[in-house]
Design a protein around this ligand. Sequence first.
Ligand SMILES: Nc1c(C(=O)O)ncn1[C@@H]1O[C@H](COP(=O)(O)O)[C@@H](O)[C@H]1O
Length: 166
Amino acid sequence: MKGAEVAIRVGIVMGSQSDWATMREACAPLDELEVAYETRIVSAHRTPDRLWEYGRSAVERGLKVIIAGAGGAAHLPGMMASKTRLPVIGVPVETRALKGVDSLYSIVQMPRGFPVATMAIGASGAYNAGLMAVQILALSDAALAERLERWRAALSASIPEEPSDA
Ligand SMILES: Nc1c(C(=O)O)ncn1[C@@H]1O[C@H](COP(=O)(O)O)[C@@H](O)[C@H]1O
């Protein structure tokens, strides 16, 4: 749900347009569970002033959670976490040279005091980042918690008990 009328609670930022193919996966659970979000390209390396302003204004703009995805020398999630007290969920984007292990290590090894909740590499990590944002918001939103419970029950029910050849 790309927020127009409703309050935007989740900010999805990524280091480059080239991350969008991965980061769009984070939108799926937010759309399904009716959580408004915005998407922005913000780079610690290429647009440091944009990063600073985004992190500085995030709380006053009403955001509750930030999802940050980047690849390679992925400093964006950590730098975002240094600028805002909002929870930052990091998504390591897969890279050609090092398969995203470079991104993962860049994001996950934060110094004590400034954590980034780091997901798995790639599209599944981005999807889970969206879901994690929903879970955080559901802590203080009973209607969302209810939708999330139903969504989880439906997912569990869709998993077959036995494997099949089909
Ligand atoms: N890791 C970062 C940051 C950052 O961390 O600030 N800014 C861009 N990038 C990454 O560079 C990769 C290649 O970007 P291009 O495809 O634009 O050359 C992307 O995965 C992006 O996240």
